[in-house]
Every structure is written in C-alpha cells, then in structure tokens.
Ligand binder design. Sequence first.
Ligand code: ATP
Ligand code: MG
Length: 282
Amino acid sequence: MCAEASLPAIRLMVEMQNPAVEGCEKRSEPALPSHVETRDFSVFYRTNQAVKRVSLQMSAGRVTAIIGPSGCGKSTLLRAINRMNDLVPGCHTEGELLFGGQDLYSPDVDVVTLRRRVGMVFQKPNPFPKSIFDNVAYGPRLHGGVSRGGLAETVERSLVDAALWYEVKDRLHENALGLSGGQQQRLCIARALAVQPEILLMDEPTSALDPRATSRIEDLIAELKGHYTIIIVTHNMQQAARVSDYTAFMYEGNLVEFGATTQVFSTPRQKQTEDYITGRFG
Ligand SMILES: Nc1ncnc2c1ncn2[C@@H]1O[C@H](COP(=O)(O)OP(=O)(O)OP(=O)(O)O)[C@@H](O)[C@H]1O
Ligand SMILES: [Mg+2]
C-alpha cells in the first residue's frame, strides 16, 4: 500500500470483504490439519540468511498470504516449498519444512515428484511458446500415465478449473502467446492444475495484471480454495485481506506475526505489522 491508511479504515475494509466475520474474531470453523509446516526453518544464500528460523503452519485447503516489504524473504520461503532454491548455487537450509508430515529436505525426497505435488505460478505469466493445449498438456505428458483421450479431458478440466475454458475452447491449437496477460496467467494456473497438485504456490500472481484480470484471478483463488492448499505472496494488502484465511507478516527474514487474516489486519499484535499494513513503511 502506498498511501497510509488508518487501522479503523482497514478493519472496516476487512469486515466489508468478509461480512460473516465480526471484527477481530477468528473464524469459528476449525482449521484443517496443517499441510505445510516450518519448524525453525532458515534459508541461506551463502552467508546471507534470507529466512530466519521461521516456524509456522499452513492449513490444508486454506489460503495463506505472505506479506512484508521487499527483500524480507517472502519468495525465498515460498520457493523453499517446492525446493526451487536448490537450483541456486550456495543456497542451503536449516531446520525442518514438513509437507504432510514428511521433511521436504530429507535425502529420500524425490524432487520431481515433489514438484508435481506442489505447483507454482509466477509474477509474470510465463506460458511456453506452444499451443494453449500443449501448455496445459505439458505436465501430464511429462509425468506420463495419461492416455490420449484422457489428456484431452485433463486439459479441458484444468482450463475449466482455471476459469479459462469458455474463452479458449475454440482456439486450443493457437499459440498461447496470443492470449491477453490475464488469460496467460489463468493458462499458467491451468498448467499448474493439470498435474493435480496438492499445493499451489503463487508469487505475486496479479502484479502484472490490470484490475479486471486481477479480480478474475482473485475469484479463481476463492473457487480453488478447499480443493488446494494455496500460499500466495502479495504486496497488495487489500488482496491479502480479500483472498486469504491466514496471513504471515515477514520482516528482514523473520516471521513477525502469523494468524487469521481477520485478526492480523484488524488487531495486529505487533507494532511492526500495524505500521506495515497501514502503509507507514514498506
Ligand atoms: N537467487 C538469489 N541469490 C542470492 N540472494 C538472493 C537470491 N534470491 C533472493 N536473494 C536475497 O534473499 C533476500 C530475500 O529475497 P526474496 O526474493 O526472498 O525477497 P522478497 O520478500 O520476495 O522480496 P520482493 O518483495 O522484492 O520480491 C534478499 O536479501 C535477496 O537479495
Ligand atoms: Mg519476491
């Protein structure tokens, strides 16, 4: 948020966006078991500790937002969940990152299988320069085990789930680069969904999109919730308040505050969180 906003104004915004939730009270429904859990988890780029002994639980079937100023370690933490940081020379982790109870960094974890279970959508839509069909079919073809007919079904289902099917069903064999930015991002979501992941990681998925395309992606997140565990990094406070159930606020690699989004935005426990969500810094 660029402009400063008062806490009462933010509280009002959160309440308007979620009228079922009163004030700062937590949702009454019980959280599902934690799907991803970090315990004293740190990530280092050589000597630079980008994530500092973070412990938090991200519930299955819910949306967790990670917020915080630039460089605070949001993307690093997100990328640790599908071990994308493995590709960075000199990057190593300490502590535990559990997925369904298993430590993701234990030596017997197969990273290819892990990346099928944990899909990722990036800031800038990045479709392959291939047809719309081939983009979505890419993952299922790579992982095998899908018949030709089954593949067409998978592509259709993924595009339906990504709220793109009706816009592209008559042009499946056209190049994906001919789609608008918002359509390309939904195609990337369809591509991620095609391998039936359990977790969807989204790193500022709407920052390159206009307000209308952003709103479609936010609606989509609401629809996908429940079926997938979604972890989203965003700089947009309203977006975090609109789409997430839980919010983690990070600052300089530390987890400053974590809780129900309604609580974090309406009655932050830490002064730093309040200053950030009211636009006083960051
Ligand atoms: N590939 C990399 N190699 C070395 N250092 C990195 C790498 N990626 C990130 N860092 C460093 O790790 C720290 C956290 O960066 P990260 O990208 O996780 O921040 P962020 O919160 O996602 O920021 P932004 O909001 O700007 O995207 C920063 O100090 C950054 O310079
Ligand atoms: Mg980032």
